[in-house]
Structures are given as structure tokens and as C-alpha cells.
Design a binder for this molecule. Structure first.
Ligand SMILES: O=C(O)COP(=O)(O)O
Ligand SMILES: [Mg+2]
Length: 223
């Protein structure tokens, strides 16, 4: 068999289409601040840089966005999102079959997300994925989150993997930047939440369906 890898996944926009629940939570928080809602298609492209960045971008759609306003919206955002973590969030097509194949091939799987760790664990549990991942690290699991490479290294370490035998799978510039800084190959999905064309992110490969992942990974698996 080929040498096993640590395969480090981003969560929002990569494994799971969390857009509906994140949109509802953002718009709930904006409403408590007297602001109008942001359309779902716009919210998708604001995700991937952490909840505070999302709130800041949501506020900017309708006027002033200050750190104080963002902090004022944080409790409503987290309370609502925590209570509706998987109402409308669904795995992207082919994800679960791909995870099964990778695990059967002996690879070690982990999640490195800019979600708070508690919400990431709650989402993973709600999807019944608790057994699939050797580690789930959020932005608050580490001193500095993605694009800092330390978030990636800490995820590999927590999963019991080897830093030089890992690949990152993500959807945003934060993922590509973090993986590159950590010295990892990086594959991006073309169906995620990126706010710019995925071909311009500088990844080693782009996949448009999880059926393409095994073939894309082959180049990092010397026999
Ligand atoms: O920005 C977030 O809240 C989380 O996004 P990520 O799972 O894509 O890192
Ligand atoms: Mg993402």
C-alpha cells in the first residue's frame, strides 16, 4: 500500500455547505443591531476568515462596521448559530464516501477550521462524524489561526500525524496561505465559499467533486 498521509480539511465551504445556517445566524445578529439582512449568496463569500470577519463584512453591507459593533453582535451570532448548527448545513456531494475511502486506505483525517472549536465539534457531532476525524481544531484552539501556519501544524500534531507527510484540502485564500506557509501541498475545492476565482488561489490542484480527490492526492503518495 502507498504511504499514508495526514489529510487536513477545512470545514466551512470544504466539507460542509454551512451557508444556510451561517446566513441565518449572521442575519439574526444583524437584526439585533438594527441592520438589514444580507442575501444568502453574498454571505457565502464572506465565510472562511472567522466569525468576527464575517460580522464585520455583514455590517459593512449596510453602513458603519467598527470593532465595537462587531463585538456587540458576537453573542447573538454565537447563541443563534449554536442552537441551529446543522438545521440546513449539509455535506457536499461525495464527501462521506471520500472520507470512507481515505480512512480505508489508512490515511489520518483532521479538521483545521476558523470556526470556534466548540461549534466545529457540535457540527461534526450533528453530522455523525465524530469517529472520522483524529482532531478538530478551531480558531480558538491555537494562539494564531489560519492563515498562520501554526494552526495547520497544531492540527497535524493533535492528529498524531507527521508534518512532512500531510496535505491540506480547503476552499479559501486563508487555507492556501496557511498550507503554503506550513510547507504543505494544498488542493482547493471549486464549489466552496471563496470570494475570488479558485484558479487564482495558487493551489496545487482544484477539484470540482469529491470523486476527484483520490486521483488528485496520488502525486503525494509515493509507493
Ligand atoms: O470563517 C469561519 O468561521 C470558518 O471557516 P472555515 O471552516 O472555512 O475555516
Ligand atoms: Mg472554508
Amino acid at each position: 500500500m502507498t504511504a499514508p498521509l495526514s489529510i487536513i480539511f477545512d470545514l466551512d465551504g470544504t466539507l460542509v455547505d454551512t451557508g444556510p445556517d451561517i446566513c441565518a445566524a449572521l442575519n439574526h445578529a444583524l437584526a439585533t443591531l438594527g441592520r438589514p439582512p444580507v442575501p444568502p449568496d453574498d454571505v457565502r463569500h464572506m465565510v472562511g476568515h472567522g466569525s468576527r470577519a464575517l460580522l464585520a463584512r455583514g455590517l459593512a453591507e449596510s453602513g458603519e462596521s467598527t470593532p465595537a459593533l462587531v463585538e456587540a453582535g458576537v453573542p447573538a451570532f454565537f447563541d443563534y448559530y449554536g442552537a441551529h448548527i446543522a438545521d440546513g448545513s449539509r455535506p457536499f456531494p461525495g464527501v462521506e464516501a471520500a472520507l470512507d475511502r481515505l480512512m480505508a486506505a489508512g490515511h489520518r483525517l483532521a479538521i483545521c477550521t476558523n470556526k470556534p472549536a466548540a461549534l466545529a465539534h457540535a457540527l461534526v457531532a450533528a453530522l455523525g462524524w465524530g469517529e472520522r476525524f483524529a482532531a478538530v481544531l478551531g480558531f480558538d484552539s491555537v494562539p494564531a489561526p489560519k492563515p498562520d501556519p501554526g494552526h495547520v501544524w497544531a492540527t497535524i500534531d493533535a492528529a498524531g500525524g507527521v508534518r512532512g507527510r500531510a496535505v491540506f484540502i480547503g476552499d479559501s485564500i486563508a487555507d492556501v496561505s496557511a498550507a503554503r506557509a506550513a510547507g504543505l501541498p494544498v488542493i482547493v475545492v471549486g464549489f466552496g465559499f471563496s470570494d475570488r476565482p479558485v484558479a487564482e488561489l495558487g493551489a496545487d490542484a482544484v477539484i470540482d467533486h469529491y470523486d476527484e480527490l483520490d486521483a488528485a492526492l496520488l502525486r503525494w503518495q509515493p509507493v
